[in-house]
Design a protein around this ligand. Sequence first.
Ligand code: SF4
Ligand code: SF4
Length: 203
Amino acid sequence: MAEQKGPSLKEQLWDPVAGFGVTFRTMFRKVVTEQYPKEKLPTAPRFHGRHQLNRWPDGLEKCIGCELCAWACPADAIYVEGAENSKDPDGSGRFSPGERYGRVYQINYLRCILCGLCIEACPTRALTMTNEYELADDSRSSLIYEKSDLLAPLLPGMEQPPHPMLLGDDDQDYYRGDFKPTDPAAPAGPTAPPTAQGKETLA
Ligand code: SF4
Ligand code: SF4
């Protein structure tokens, strides 16, 4: 029977030292750990975070309640109920410039995978995604965001709907951008800058 050899001198002396060498080398390297949540680093500009329902520069909602976003969602995370805008002759009962608006709008963040397919499907750019990523909660119900949670804030120059269309005579003017911007420095029409829509990422 062959005699079994013990560890060589190199294995006994050098290998443990070499192992500590990795430790010592790493100790003097720049730390890459992010100190979240004490320090919050900005995301990439096109990061897909919480959704936002945008407004026209007069405050009317861009959402027309068409439900295309809900049909496009692979996780069945969006629920929309559209309704007719009021047919008051003076247009004072409007929420959007179209025939309809999104009366109920919910996104279930327990299901949402932040893929962005819904914002691609939206025909009016009503739905976009912000860079906000803090969506954790300890309550299931609070992770179902309602329309009031998702609507962009009213900025200076905007009025809380319902109200008549203030930028053009009809919905065609809105969609073609055939109106004057409320802020003269801003370009007219649907390409109005994010300042008119709140923080958003047009992914
Ligand atoms: S980001 Fe994706 S999963 Fe989330 S609501 Fe939109 S389509 Fe659905
Ligand atoms: S967000 Fe866009 S796609 Fe979804 S219902 Fe509103 S207009 Fe339609």
